[in-house]
Design a protein around this ligand. Structure first.
Ligand SMILES: NC(=O)c1ccc[n+]([C@@H]2O[C@H](COP(=O)([O-])OP(=O)(O)OC[C@H]3O[C@@H](n4cnc5c(N)ncnc54)[C@H](OP(=O)(O)O)[C@@H]3O)[C@@H](O)[C@H]2O)c1
Length: 437
């Protein structure tokens, strides 16, 4: 058997501690599967004294993660500190530059510096693996990079943030307002202490930027993504969606269009019959649309120490076996620039909820403004929901829910601006984009 693979781990929090426990538990099986043992020989974290429930007595303690990254006694550096800044960035760069393969779960780092780090890894002829950065235990990086390397991708979309999916699930099932569900998610430890990262939804955007790069060969660029969070969604929207055969999910979508690769994160109506609509609670899912095959959906736990650690361990296993692939599936120098998709040119179906003044001529005025923009309607619902979830509805007004056939964002915005000027509605119209399955 070949010599053991010597691993240094920086970061012993939720994921790092679970990784150390898993490697200890699986030692024999890993050695058989990989053809060599995997030994964690050195570690780094902020506090040496903290009880982490793991045995690190035989491992070398290195105070500075950058120093650990350069440690001559290790073959692989595992970064589980997090964040796009220091010390994670400097440590990963130092490890790659000194000829050590790197495994990381750090989506923020990859979204910001992924292309540069991939370039350093390629020049050093080492691996940069990051399966755990997107979708937890779901092997989506490997699927796009290796498992489906022969396919031409048309669209990738998914539920990439468990917290948002948990909140939407609770709002739908128990008809609770957004703020209440968010508080519950925080209480249960799902949401970050600063929830804006989850709900506004930079977390999904970072993951989508990585997936888009793997699928379409674009440079990882979070700033090219249109982002809209879920805080404006109400139980009334979820009820209306259900009545019309849809469910609302926060999706990250990257799609090939004649104008280029459109990348967007926003609340989305998906048909209730679709695979992605079945995914409830903190679970993640990714659907892949590739030419000539039916879409396939991967579903699984998107976070948590054990789930994330198992993805990290899979990446370490590849290095132990001597498998090395270009980090983004092609040389970093061949990744193309991506421009931010102009959302006003986005085309698709729309859900629109208006609070219409209950007076003669209102329906005709709304219909006229939509027709002026060539917007055709698939369905119209004009009634109060039974539970009066639309608490924004005042006396003398009635909710009107419209589902359009495919149209452009520009047309929808212009029609709604005209309806607003006509003074036949109160409040702001709610607009949710539809995604076909
Ligand atoms: N948690 C999840 O479910 C999950 C899922 C997918 C991906 N990830 C990613 O996995 C990575 C780790 O996440 P986590 O949840 O395990 O984080 P965490 O629980 O906050 O752990 C972070 C670890 O990094 C150490 N650390 C922080 N600053 C340091 C510094 N300056 N020098 C040395 N060590 C430092 C901390 O040390 P102390 O313990 O001594 O404070 C801690 O052990 C992140 O990139 C995250 O995005 C996490």
């Amino acid at each position: 058997m070949a010599a053991p693979l010597k691993v240094g781990v920086a970061g012993l929090g939720t994921v790092g501690a679970a990784l150390i426990a898993q490697v200890a538990r699986q030692r024999e099986a890993l050695a058989v599967r990989c053809g060599r043992a995997i030994d964690i020989v050195a570690v780094s974290a902020r506090s040496r004294a903290k009880d982490r429930g793991i045995d690190i007595k035989k491992m070398k303690w290195v105070k500075d993660p950058v120093e650990l990254a350069r440690e001559p006694g290790i073959d692989v550096f595992v970064e589980l500190i997090g964040g796009a800044g220091e010390p994670a960035r400097a440590a990963v760069e130092a490890a790659l530059a000194s000829g050590k393969s790197v495994v990381t779960a750090n989506k923020a780092l990859l979204a910001r510096h992924g292309v540069k780090l991939a370039d350093v890894a390629e020049r050093s002829h080492v691996a940069l693996n990051f399966e755990a950065a997107v979708g937890g235990v779901i092997p989506i990086v490997k699927t796009l990079r290796e498992g489906m390397a022969g396919n031409s991708f048309e669209r990738i979309y998914g539920i990439l943030n468990g917290t948002c999916n948990y909140i939407l699930t609770r709002m739908e099932e128990d008809k609770l307002p957004f703020a209440e569900c968010l508080k519950e998610a925080q209480r249960l430890g799902y949401a970050e202490a600063d929830p804006s990262f989850d709900i506004e939804d930079h977390d999904t955007a970072q993951k989508l930027a990585i997936l888009a790069s793997l699928a379409f060969g674009t440079k990882v660029d979070q700033s090219a993504i249109y982002v809209e969070g879920i805080s404006s969604i109400t139980p009334a929207d979820l009820w209306a969606a259900g009545e019309l055969g849809y469910r609302v999910k926060l999706l990250g979508v990257a799609v090939r269009t004649p104008k280029g690769i459109e990348q967007r994160v926003h609340p989305t109506m998906v048909p209730k019959s679709s695979s992605i609509a079945q995914v409830m609670g903190v679970t993640n899912a990714v659907t892949i649309d590739a030419a000539d095959i039916d879409p396939l959906t991967l579903v699984g736990p998107g976070a948590g120490g054990a789930a994330t650690a198992s993805a990290v361990l899979c990446d370490i296993g590849d290095i132990a076996r001597g498998v090395r692939t270009a980090p983004f599936g092609r040389p970093a120098g061949r990744l193309t620039d991506v421009r931010k998709a102009p959302m006003q040119r986005h085309e698709g179906g729309y859900y629109i909820r208006l609070i219409a003044r209950d007076k003669p001529g209102t329906a005709a005025t709304i219909a006229k403004r939509l027709a002026e923009q060539d917007i055709s309607l698939e369905s119209i619902v004009q009634r109060h929901d039974p539970a009066h979830l639309g608490r924004d509805t005042q006396a003398g007004s009635v909710p009107v829910i419209l589902i359009t056939y495919a149209t452009s964002e520009d047309a929808v915005r212009k029609a709604l601006a005209a309806v607003g000027r006509d003074r036949v509605i109160s409040g702001h119209p709610q607009v949710i984009r539809l995604e076909k399955n």
